[in-house]
Structures are given as structure tokens and as C-alpha cells.
Design a protein. Structure first.
Length: 610
């Protein structure tokens, strides 16, 4: 790269973050009594405390929470005279619940190849033609004939905020199937609970997405997500601010949801809790574990002091886990298993996942990104005492982040990551206890890209194509196999390369491994997207690919004003029947049709080719 181009690249990055800081500074000058949404708009003030590049470290749900604070500060539907209207909400919820209780006869059928729409499409253009609401970033739980799917949902935001159907805000979407995933009924939103101060007339609590779901039997489902609570008095003065993790429980197969239960709670002025993951002990269903990332204003805690205040002196970060012994009703104090101070603009420590092994051992995995965003390490720890303490940190694998090494945006202008998926074989088969990690690694194939240097001024200009890779451990995570390609580039592919991203994985009751992911193998221009599942019956030695999408689809960024335009989501998941009654996999993912992002699903039988 020429010196002039390097100079322009550096100048652009500094101008971008200076502008972001300036805009953030202006945003916090809002007057509390000018908006009904003052409590959530308080997040704008918090963003400036953590630094101008803070939200680039966050998950899709976390970043959207701050983006929505900006949206709310500009909305015209404000003023304390607007009270939540429960009538429309009750009518919509009752209609959905009656469909569920009526059984499959009133539900829509799956498509010819078994592909079924999960969310209710009638919500997508409800009340506006300026945006097709986005459903993305999926998590599912499957117990017997009942399957519940959670997702980030801007339509839920519209129902709770713009249409005032609830006293608090929900970005949590949910859809429920009582017929083995052949059809789904979508609910308008997950119950966000009551207002903290009902007399104030201001929204002061929000469920902010990033779903993670588990079930313990066909009736009991638990839905974890980010929560923020900012109590406000009747004059619009912020009284406090809390960053939280919460779980919502259903005891009727997903038909109704209790008020959220706070799992972890910290001062939002100095902390933001992000990217949670929930796991249940398959042999002791009342034992649950939840991990999350605690982003902190630098110097908040005594072990992270000093450092510079410039653009490189970003937030501190800690990884923590809490546990429950009563099915999620109550939760213990956090145990910390990861720590970094003063993140730079391109470093990060996040992406936690948790899983439980056959003997109750608790596994966690996460990603450390360093070297200016050019190298990621997949890290792993094990607890043999139900999460009270953890063994040594092990580097299980490495990755070069996909796309441009520091910008991280795929073709189509949405981001990706190298965060791991962690699963354990809890079957009674020969590989019982085997632990798998799955992630995206772009170290094998880079393309010389004339615009790459505009984003990456410390190396040659490139676009790096990501591959889904997997590694396994036979000794409870002490050692790991070399990373193996799940589905290499087809021999007949004619383009420069193809992206693979957002992999989910699971092991079914027979010990079969399923890895499902987005893939651009069918487009030589590397733009159109499909979804594939790769199935292995021999512990990941060999795989057979199943195409889940009948046609390729076009990603659309920036079409939904509620959602941060850089996010198509950070993950999709694969679930298996937690009751062990049925083998196979249930895969959920986003498809964009006519510019409208929706969630679809497919039941994948290990021995069936679609």
C-alpha cells in the first residue's frame, strides 16, 4: 500500500471515531421531559462514558439497544399522555394463544421441502410502510412435540413502544410449535414485565434481545436475554440505571410467559451486560448456568486502573457465570472466568457459550481477538464443581477473522465474527462425553481487494473468505484436535471464494453431530446466501451436506430503521430433542424475501437428504 493511501486510511478512521464521539456528545444534551422514552434514551449518556468505539465490541442485541436509544430520542410519539393500550395486545395475544391451543389444524403447513416460516408475517408491516420489521439471531429449544424459537424482533419493539401495548419495552420475539416444528404460531412479543414506576408514565424497562433458550420438559421453557432497567420519576428524572441479564419462564409450552426474572444486575453507569448464553444440566434439569460479558467503564474496578484516555483506552471486560438450582427461579452470585483491561478499538473478549457434560462438568468457551483485529483465539475452561471454580484457560484453536481483517464486514455490508459454538455429546453412544467447538476461520483463503487497504492500513489489502471449522476433545477439553474444515470450497466453484458464517451445532440422542451455517457456495460472486447443515455420524471425521434453502436469497442491510444496519445477527442455533424421544436436528435461520427478513426453520433428519 502507498504511503498516501495509508495516510488517508488513518485519517478516515480518526475522522470516523471523532465524528462518532461528537455525535454521541450532542446526543446526551436531550432534556428528560421532552420524550416519553427518557429512561431508555439515558443509554445515550452511557455510551459516551464507555468511549466512542464502545458499541463495536457489543453483540447484535447489545448494539441494537444503544441504536434504539437514538431512535427513541427522535420519535414523535412522546408525551406522558400516551398510556399503554392493552386492548390490542390482549386481542393479538389471545388470537395467537387460541391457535396454539387449537392444535395443528389451525396452523399453516410446512413447505414442500419441509421449510417453515417461524415468525408471524402479519406483524412485519404492521402500522408502517417505511420498514419491514426484522427477525434475526435465532435460538430454539425442543422438548417432545413442542419447540419454541426466540429471536431479535423489531416488530416486538413496535408493538410495545410505538403501539403502546405494554408498560415496558420488548425486542424479544417468540414463536411456538406444538406439532414437532411442522407449523408455528408467533406471539407479538415476550412479556417484558411491569413498569418500574407506573405513575411516571415513562418507559423505564426493556428486554433487549440476544435470545438463548432451553427446555426441561414439553411444558417448561426458559428464555434468557439482555435487560436494562432505568427507573424514572414523574418529571422524567433518571433515578438509577441497571444493566441486567434476565430469564423469562413458560410452564405451558410457550403459550404464556411469566414476568422476567433478574439473573445478574449491575450499575449501568459503569457496566453493560451483554451476550448471554444459557445451558441446562441434562441429568439434573433444575440446574442451569448462564454466562455473559460484563463491559465496564475503564477503571471501574481496582484491577483495571491506569492506562491512557485516548482512542485505544477502551472499556474493560470480564466474563462471568451465574447458576440456578431451582429451574431459573433464583440465581447465585457470579463467578468470573475471563478478564481483560482497556480494550483497543479492534480487540475484544466476548462470545461466551456454556455447556454441561455427562458428569455435570461445566464447560465455557469464548473468543479473544487481538493483533489489531487480525487474530482470534478460541479459548476454553472447565469447572468440575458446578461453576464455583474453573481450571486453566486453554487455547483450543485460532482464527483469522473473515472479510477485511479489522473492519469485519462481509459483502453486503453486515458484520461477522469468530465466536465459537460449544456442544457436548451427552448420548449413550461410543462418543459420549466428546466435546466439540465450531467457529469461522478465514486463514485459508484471501483475495487481493483494492478497497481492503482502506480499512486495514497495517497490511496488504485483502478480503478473507471464512470457512466453518471444527475441533474436538476426547479428554474433557484438556487437549484439542487440529481444526478441520466442515465443508471445503466445492471443486467446481468458479468465483474468487465464498463466505461461510454463523454456525450452530448440536449432538442428538444417537451421538450424531449436526453443524448448520450460512453459505455462499452457490454464487460465484459471493453475494447470495443459502443455509446448509453438515451431518457427521463418526465424530466429525466426515460430513454429508444438506441444503436447507430451496433458493438462494439476497441479504439487505439498512432497510429496517430500528435495527443497526451492520447486523444480520451474530448467531443462529441448532437444537435437538432434550427429552431424547427423537433423533435429528432443528435448524433456525434468517431468510430475506422481497427485502423482508424473516425466521425460517427446518427439521433435519440425520439420514435424510433434502
Amino acid at each position: 500500500m502507498s504511503n498516501n493511501l495509508r495516510y488517508l486510511s488513518v485519517l478516515f478512521v480518526w475522522w470516523f471515531y471523532f465524528s462518532a464521539a461528537l455525535l454521541s456528545g450532542r446526543a446526551q444534551t436531550h432534556k428528560p421531559n421532552q420524550t416519553k422514552h427518557v429512561g431508555i434514551a439515558h443509554l445515550q449518556d452511557m455510551e459516551t462514558r464507555f468511549g466512542p468505539h464502545f458499541t463495536s465490541h457489543l453483540s447484535a442485541g447489545g448494539a441494537n439497544a444503544f441504536h434504539i436509544a437514538q431512535v427513541l430520542s427522535r420519535t414523535r410519539v412522546n408525551g406522558k399522555s400516551l398510556r399503554p393500550s392493552r386492548e390490542l395486545h390482549q386481542e393479538m395475544m389471545a388470537r395467537a394463544q387460541s391457535k396454539l391451543l387449537a392444535g395443528p389444524s389451525e396452523a399453516g403447513a410446512a413447505g414442500a421441502n419441509g421449510l417453515v416460516r417461524v415468525n408471524d408475517a402479519s406483524f412485519d408491516f404492521d402500522s408502517t410502510r417505511f420498514t419491514g420489521y426484522t427477525q434475526s439471531e435465532t435460538s430454539s429449544a425442543w422438548c417432545g412435540k413442542n419447540i419454541v424459537v426466540g429471536f431479535n424482533d423489531s416488530a416486538a419493539f413496535a408493538h410495545t413502544v410505538l403501539q403502546h401495548q405494554a408498560p415496558a419495552i420488548s425486542l424479544n420475539g417468540v414463536a411456538v410449535s406444538h406439532d414437532n416444528g411442522q407449523s408455528f404460531v408467533g406471539l407479538p412479543f415476550v412479556n417484558p414485565g411491569p413498569a418500574l414506576n407506573p405513575s411516571s408514565g415513562f418507559f423505564d424497562s426493556q428486554l433487549a434481545g440476544d435470545p438463548s433458550l432451553v427446555c426441561t420438559d414439553p411444558q417448561q421453557f426458559v428464555y434468557a436475554s439482555i435487560q436494562t432497567q432505568i427507573p424514572v420519576d414523574s418529571q422524567g428524572n433518571v433515578l438509577a440505571a441497571f444493566a441486567e441479564m434476565a430469564v423469562s419462564r413458560s410452564s405451558d409450552g410457550g403459550v404464556t410467559w411469566d414476568d422476567p426474572i433478574t439473573v445478574a444486575k449491575k450499575d449501568l453507569n459503569f457496566h453493560f451486560l451483554d451476550k448471554e448464553w444459557l445451558a441446562v444440566d441434562p441429568h439434573h434439569p433444575n440446574r442451569m448456568y448462564l454466562t455473559y460479558t460484563d463491559f465496564q467503564n475503564h477503571g471501574t474496578e481496582s484491577d483495571c486502573t491506569g492506562g491512557s484516555g485516548d482512542i485505544g483506552g477502551g472499556p474493560d471486560v470480564a466474563l462471568e457465570m451465574v447458576s440456578s438450582k431451582d429451574g431459573g427461579l433464583t440465581w447465585g452470585s457470579p463467578t468470573r472466568f475471563g478478564r481483560r483491561c482497556a480494550l483497543t478499538v479492534f480487540s475484544n473478549l466476548t462470545g461466551t457459550q456454556v455447556a454441561v457434560g455427562p458428569n455435570g462438568e461445566v464447560y465455557v468457551a469464548y473468543t479473544w481477538t487481538d493483533d489489531g483485529g487480525r487474530l482470534a483465539e478460541i479459548r476454553f475452561r472447565r469447572s468440575d464443581d458446578a461453576g464455583q471454580t474453573f481450571g486453566p484457560e486453554i487455547v483450543a484453536g485460532t482464527a483469522v477473522p473473515a472479510a477485511t481483517p479489522v473492519a469485519g464486514g462481509l459483502q453486503g455490508d453486515f458484520r461477522t465474527n469468530a465466536d465459537p459454538t460449544l456442544v457436548v455429546d451427552n448420548s449413550s453412544g461410543p462418543r459420549r462425553g466428546m466435546v466439540y467447538l465450531v467457529w469461522t476461520d478465514a486463514s485459508r483463503h484471501s483475495f487481493q481487494d483494492v478497497w481492503g487497504g482502506f480499512f486495514d492500513f497495517n497490511s496488504d489489502p485483502t478480503f478473507s473468505f471464512g470457512d466453518i471449522v471444527t475441533s474436538r476433545s476426547l479428554d474433557r477439553g484438556n487437549t484439542w484436535s487440529a481444526a478441520k474444515l466442515v465443508s471445503p470450497v466445492p471443486a467446481n466453484f468458479q468465483g474468487a471464494g465464498r463466505d461461510q458464517f454463523m454456525a450452530g451445532a448440536a449432538v442428538d440422542v444417537q451421538g450424531t453431530l449436526g453443524i448448520c451455517y450460512s453459505d455462499r457456495r452457490n454464487d460465484p460472486n459471493n453475494f447470495l446466501v443459502d443455509h446448509y447443515c453438515s451431518i457427521s455420524g463418526d465424530g466429525g471425521n466426515t460430513f454429508r451436506d444438506i441444503r436447507e434453502t430451496p433458493v438462494s436469497w439476497t441479504p439487505n442491510a439498512g432497510t429496517d430503521i430500528v435495527i443497526n444496519p451492520a447486523y444480520m445477527g451474530d448467531y443462529d442455533t441448532v437444537s435437538t430433542d432434550a427429552t431424547g424421544a427423537r433423533a435429528g436436528f432443528f435448524s433456525t435461520f434468517q431468510i430475506v424475501t422481497h427485502g423482508n427478513p424473516d425466521v425460517f426453520a427446518l427439521s433435519v433428519e440425520a439420514g435424510k437428504q433434502h
